[in-house]
Write a protein that binds this ligand. Structure first.
Ligand code: 5AD
Ligand code: SF4
Length: 458
């Protein structure tokens, strides 16, 4: 896999300086997953590199970038709504440029739709085009014509892209891009392309720098981190990468997402158990508790495989917590299939569940499967999951009461005068008492309300 080293686009910097009287301002809004948020930080990095400043509000911007998500139809509708709402801003300020990037821009029909129905969108570029953004912008300024790039499959890894991170203590660190799994409901492999891993030396260098800069919470990102290393010239697994990073001295915590159950190993669990810095939390999306649905989803594991790994992890680390994604109402999901999901979530006892109603994505295998279940039935199933979850969360939270835990202070809490902090197991606690944001603090858990722990500074 080819790696390209990014260098500053000096010509674009000169063009920007000549075109604008004062430094132009940029506003980026990222929708969807952390991978996208990280891409948004790179868009900010690449453009501040050539002279842009960052605007706090879209109203103050000369360039607005909507970095979009395509995973469910609802996400796409939101983007169309948000982009549509910019029409007024554009009328008030004809010099304003509007760009759309991200996963939606990887779909031809969507680019066509922007072209036809959203004439005030000036620029469209896909997920693998961030490094070329300065050139795209210069083309736009020089020709005054819209630059709508049709999605191209680019497989290179771009290293050394400048980045403007949103937080000073929490960082996203991609270790791989793309996905090869083709779960039958999922659009991601079509929009983000084939799996490719970054060289471990590049990851280690960025990781060391983050630790040196004082980042406390570093999340390794990939659609399927457990297949990290596949196709690299070096012989390395995800567990080995984790051990390499965990050996870096410092006061920080490592998290990672997302793990595919088919590739998650006992070696991974052992690595977490033996580590100094890896969060005692596993996001392991099961999607369904029915073997027949899992097979139709092309997930390549069974409920028994999944539960056996969780049971192993629970034995090794009783303090570990779990979270998962669940799709409700996959085509053909029967009441019996759904009951199997209920049984599974009762058994695992997830600390957090992300529950989605199946959304048909054109071009995926599931899009042609018959889906007779009425939508109302599906929303009722979601409500049933949430009801179970409420009991489970109350139980898990209750077990924390009385404990004193080390937690990373993230910002203001829900109630006036409180702060919120994240525990090693990914639970959050609201507590009274002052402590610096972005640092670890010892918090005594005193109670639980809903999904939120309450506490006080120890
Ligand atoms: N419909 C509903 N949920 C989906 N997800 C992915 N594709 C779809 C879809 N077509 C969910 C999965 C995945 C999470 C990121 O989004 O649960 O794990
Ligand atoms: Fe989509 Fe499956 Fe890949 Fe996750 S592993 S991004 S659900 S295809």
């Amino acid at each position: 896999m080819e790696t390209i080293r990014f260098t500053k686009n000096e010509a674009a910097a000169r063009t920007i300086a000549a075109y604008y009287d004062t430094p132009p301002m940029l506003y980026v809004h990222s929708f969807g997953c952390q991978q996208n948020v990280n891409d948004g930080e790179k868009i900010k990095g690449v453009l501040t590199d050539i002279g842009f400043g960052l605007a706090a509000r879209p109203e103050d911007a000369d360039l607005i970038v909507f970095n979009t998500c395509a995973v469910r139809e609802h996400a796409e509708q939101r983007v169309f709504g948000n982009v549509g709402a910019l029409k007024g801003l554009k009328e008030a300020n004809p010099k304003l440029l509007i760009a759309v990037s991200g996963c939606m821009a990887q779909q031809k029909e969507i680019v066509e739709k922007f072209k036809k129905h959203y004439p005030f969108v000036d620029i469209v570029f896909g997920v693998n085009g961030i490094d070329t953004l300065p050139d795209i912008l210069c083309e736009k300024l020089a020709t005054r014509k819209r630059v709508l790039r049709m999605p191209a499959e680019r497989g290179e890894i771009i290293e050394d892209m400048p980045i403007r991170r949103d937080s000073t203590f929490r960082a996203w660190l991609p270790i791989m891009y793309g996905c090869d799994n083709f779960c039958s409901y999922c659009i991601v492999p079509y929009v983000r392309g084939r799996e490719r891993s970054r060289a471990s030396a590049d990851i280690l260098r960025e990781f060391r720098q983050l630790v040196a800069e004082g980042y406390k919470d570093i999340t390794l990102l990939g659609q399927n981190v457990n297949s990290y290393g596949k196709g690299l010239p070096e012989d390395i697994t995800f567990a080995a990468l984790l051990r390499m990073l965990d050996a870096v001295p410092g006061d920080y915590r490592i998290r990672f997402m997302t793990s595919h159950p088919k590739d998650a190993t006992r070696e991974l669990i052992d690595t977490i158990a033996n580590s100094a810095h890896i969060s005692r939390h596993l996001h392991l999306p099961v999607q369904s508790g029915s073997n027949s649905i899992l097979a139709q989803m092309n997930r390549k594991y069974t409920v028994e495989d999944y539960l056996s790994l969780i049971a192993y992890a629970k034995r090794r680390m009783p303090e570990m917590t779990y979270s998962s994604d669940i799709i409700v109402g996959f085509p053909g999901e029967t009441e019996e299939d759904f009951c199997a999901t209920e049984t599974l979530i009762r058994e695992v006892e997830y600390m957090q569940l992300f529950t989605f109603i199946y959304s048909k994505r054109t071009g995926t295998a599931a899009a042609s499967m018959p889906d007779p279940t009425p939508h109302k039935e599906k929303t009722q199933r979601i409500a049933r999951v949430l009801a179970i979850q409420e009991q489970v969360v109350a139980k898990l939270g209750g077990a924390m009461v009385g404990k004193t835990v080390r937690a990373l202070v993230e910002g203001p809490g829900r109630e006036e005068g409180t702060l919120t902090a994240r525990l090693d197991n990914n639970m959050t606690v609201d507590f009274a008492g002052g402590a610096p944001v972005g640092e670890f603090a010892d918090v005594r858990v005193t109670g639980v309300r809903g999904a939120m722990l309450k506490g006080e500074l120890a």
